[in-house]
Design a protein around this ligand. Structure first.
Ligand code: ADP
Ligand code: MG
Length: 568
C-alpha cells in the first residue's frame, strides 16, 4: 500500500468507540446487523446511481453481500459489490460523526453503563460497532466507476487514530475485515454466524451469502453412490425486500429488524402499519412509530421523512414530502409505482402524486395512533415522547384537525397532576349539567397554571379546566377553537359568562354588587388611567382580591410572551 497517511479520529469518535466497546458488549452480535445493513445501503445507492449511468455496474449487476471467516487468521470478512467509497469519503464517513444530535447525545451521557448503552442505541451505533468484537479493522474499498488503482485501505485499532492508503482493488465495493479480539473465537463458527446473519438479514433485499463447503462423495443408505458436491456461495436470507412480501408471512420479529435497519434505531418500534394499495394509485407503505424520540427532534436541520423507492428501486432517504412536519417522528418506507424512476426532490415538490401519497400516509399514521390511543397504557408513553410535536398538527393539517384533536392530551384540574393524560372526549364526558364550553388556562409552568387565581370559581363549582403549560399550547389554541361543537374558552379572558352554570340567586347578588361597587370602580379606573382598558367587578375570584385579564379578543398574556420571545 502506498501513500499511507495517519489521521486522528474526531474526539467524539474516540469517545463513542470507548463507550460502545464497554456498554454494548452484552449485545455484541449487533455488529453484523450494522455491517450487513451498510452493505445493503451501499447496493441501494449503486442501483440508484446506475439508473442514469449503467456503466457503473462494470458488467456485474448481481448485487450481494458475502460473509466469510478464517479460523486460523481469526478474522471475519463482510464484502459487498455496492457503491464503494473514494479516499475522501472514507475519511469523512469512517473518521467523523456527521450526524445531527451528536452534541445533545454527548451531553446526556452519564457514565452509568446501563443508561449510556441505551442512549448509544438510540443514537445509532453503525460502522464503529465493529470494534465491539475486533481490535483491528481493515476496510478495503473501491468506488464504482473509478479505476482499479483508486482503491483505498482504511485500518484502525479503534483507539486514537486510523490510517488510509492507496491500494489496487479489482472488485468494486467494500470489504471489511474484522480481526477478532482475544476470546471471540466462538464467532468463528459457521452455525453461529448463520444464526446471527439470518436473524438480522432476512428483510434485506439482496442476497447475503455464506460459503457452503464441498461435500465429498459418499454412500447412501442402500449402498448407492452419492456424487461429490462442489462448494458454492449459498444465500442465507430470503433476499426479498420485506415490504413486497405479504403481511401474513412476515413475523413481528422481521418487522422489528427491518425497522432497526431503516431507522438506525436500536430499540423496537412501538407500532407499525403495512399496506399495499392497488387501483388508481399503486403503492406500498410500511410506516413505523418509534418508541422513543430522537435526541434532535427539535433540531430544525434534522433530516426526516420516509425512505422512497420507485418500483422497488431505492431513490432517496429522508423524503420529507410524504409526511407532514407534525408527524416527523414517523419512520418507514414508501414504494410507489406512479412516480418516475428519475424523480428528484424538485419534481417531488410539485406533483399530484406526492400530494395524494402524503394525504394517504398521514391518514395511515393518524389511524394507527387512533388505535394506539384505545389503550391508555400504551398511548401515554407515546404521548410523553411525541405529544409536543403532535400539537403542531391542528395548525399544519387543516383537513385532519379533528382527528388530531382527538389524539391530544393535557393536564387538567380533574387530577391536578403534571401528567398530560386528559383527552377532550374524557373532559366532555365529565362536563357539568348545563356546561356548554371547554375551559382551559395557559401558563408558563404546570404550577403557575394550577395555582392561578382564575381557577377559583371553577374549583368552587367543580368545573374541570385544562391546565396547559407547553410553549406550543398557545399556538395550538390559536388554530383550534372548538372540539365536537364545543367552544374552547380561556378562563383568563374577558367577561367570563358561565351561562346556565350560574344560578339565579348568584345572578341577583351579582347585580346588587354591581351597583354597590360602581363608584369604587370609577375611582380605580381614574387612578389607573390608560394602563388598563377597563376596570370590572369580578365574581370569578373567591380568595384573591383582584387580577388582570386580557380582553376577549386580545392576545392572551401567554401569546404576548411568545411573540416577544421571537422578537415580535
Ligand atoms: P449510517 O449507516 O447510519 O450512515 P454508519 O456508521 O453505519 O452510519 O456508516 C457511516 C457511513 O459510512 C455510511 O453512511 C456510508 O456512507 C459509509 N459506509 C459504511 N459502510 C459502507 C459500505 N459497505 N459501502 C459504502 N459505504 C459505506
Ligand atoms: Mg449504518
Amino acid at each position: 500500500a502506498v501513500h499511507t497517511e495517519t489521521h486522528g479520529f474526531q474526539a467524539e469518535v474516540k469517545q463513542l468507540l470507548q463507550l460502545m466497546i464497554h456498554s454494548l458488549y452484552s449485545n455484541k452480535e449487533i455488529f453484523l446487523r450494522e455491517l450487513v445493513s451498510n452493505a445493503a445501503d451501499a447496493s441501494d445507492k449503486l442501483r440508484f446511481k446506475a439508473l442514469s449511468d449503467d456503466t457503473l455496474y462494470e458488467n456485474d449487476g448481481d448485487l450481494k453481500v458475502r460473509l466469510s471467516f478464517d479460523k486460523d487468521a481469526k478474522t471475519i470478512t463482510i464484502s459487498d459489490n455496492g457503491i464503494g467509497m473514494t479516499r475522501d469519503q472514507v475519511i469523512e464517513h469512517l473518521g467523523t460523526i456527521a450526524k445531527s444530535g451528536t452534541k445533545e447525545f454527548f451531553n446526556q451521557l452519564s457514565g452509568d453503563q446501563a443508561r449510556d448503552s441505551q442512549l448509544i442505541g438510540q443514537f445509532g451505533v453503525g460502522f464503529y460497532s465493529a470494534f465491539i468484537v475486533a481490535d483491528k479493522v481493515t476496510v478495503n474499498t473501491r468506488a464504482a466507476g473509478v479505476s482499479h488503482e483508486q482503491g483505498v485501505q482504511w485500518q484502525s485499532a479503534g483507539e486514537g487514530d486510523y490510517t488510509v492508503a492507496d491500494i489496487t482493488k479489482a472488485d468494486r465495493g467494500t470489504e471489511i475485515i474484522l480481526h477478532l479480539r482475544e476470546g471471540e473465537d466462538d464467532l468463528l463458527n459457521e452455525w453461529q454466524l448463520r444464526q446471527i446473519v439470518s436473524k438480522y438479514s432476512d428483510h434485506i433485499s439482496i442476497p447475503v451469502e455464506m460459503w457452503k463447503a464441498e461435500e465429498p462423495e459418499s454412500e447412501g443408505p442402500d449402498g448407492e453412490k452419492i456424487p461429490a458436491k462442489p462448494g458454492y456461495w449459498e444465500s442465507v436470507n430470503k433476499a426479498t425486500a420485506l415490504w413486497t412480501r405479504s403481511k401474513g408471512e412476515i413475523s413481528d420479529e422481521e418487522y422489528k429488524e427491518f425497522y432497526k435497519h431503516i431507522s438506525h434505531d436500536f430499540e423496537d418500534p412501538l407500532k407499525w402499519s403495512h399496506n399495499r394499495v392497488e387501483g388508481e394509485q399503486e403503492y406500498t407503505s410500511l410506516l413505523y412509530i418509534p418508541a422513543r424520540a430522537p435526541f434532535d427532534m427539535w433540531n430544525r436541520e434534522k433530516q426526516h421523512g420516509l425512505k422512497l423507492y420507485v418500483q422497488r428501486v431505492f431513490i432517496m432517504d429522508d423524503a420529507d414530502q410524504f409526511m407532514p412536519t407534525y408527524l416527523r417522528f414517523v419512520k418507514g418506507v414508501l414504494d410507489s409505482n406512479d412516480l418516475p424512476l428519475n424523480v428528484s426532490r424538485e419534481i417531488l415538490q410539485d406533483t399530484k402524486v406526492t400530494t395524494k401519497l402524503r394525504n394517504a400516509c398521514s391518514k395511515r399514521v393518524l389511524s394507527m395512533l387512533e388505535k394506539l390511543a384505545k389503550d391508555e397504557e400504551k398511548y401515554q408513553p407515546f404521548w410523553n415522547e411525541f405529544g409536543q410535536v403532535l400539537k403542531e398538527g391542528p395548525a399544519e393539517d387543516f383537513a385532519n384537525k379533528d382527528k388530531v384533536a382527538k389524539l391530544l392530551r393535557f393536564a387538567s384540574t380533574y387530577n391536578d397532576e403534571a401528567v398530560q393524560n386528559v383527552s377532550f372526549d374524557a373532559y366532555i364526558e365529565r362536563m357539568k349539567e348545563g356546561q356548554e364550553k371547554i375551559y382551559y388556562i395557559t401558563a408558563d409552568s404546570f404550577n403557575a397554571a394550577k395555582n392561578s387565581a382564575h381557577l377559583e370559581i371553577f374549583r368552587k363549582k367543580g368545573i374541570e379546566v385544562f391546565l396547559m403549560y407547553d410553549r406550543i399550547d398557545e399556538w395550538l389554541l390559536s388554530h383550534l377553537n372548538e372540539f365536537a361543537g364545543k367552544q374552547l374558552v380561556s378562563v383568563t379572558k374577558g367577561d367570563l359568562d358561565l351561562g346556565d352554570l350560574e344560578d339565579a340567586e348568584a345572578k341577583e347578588q351579582k347585580e346588587k354588587q354591581e351597583t354597590e361597587f360602581a363608584s369604587f370602580l370609577e375611582r380605580a379606573k381614574t387612578a389607573l388611567g390608560d394602563k388598563v382598558a377597563e376596570v370590572r367587578l369580578t365574581h370569578r375570584l373567591t380568595d384573591t382580591p383582584s387580577c388582570i385579564v386580557a380582553g376577549a379578543h386580545d392576545m392572551s398574556t401567554q401569546m404576548i410572551k411568545l411573540m416577544q420571545s421571537v422578537g415580535q
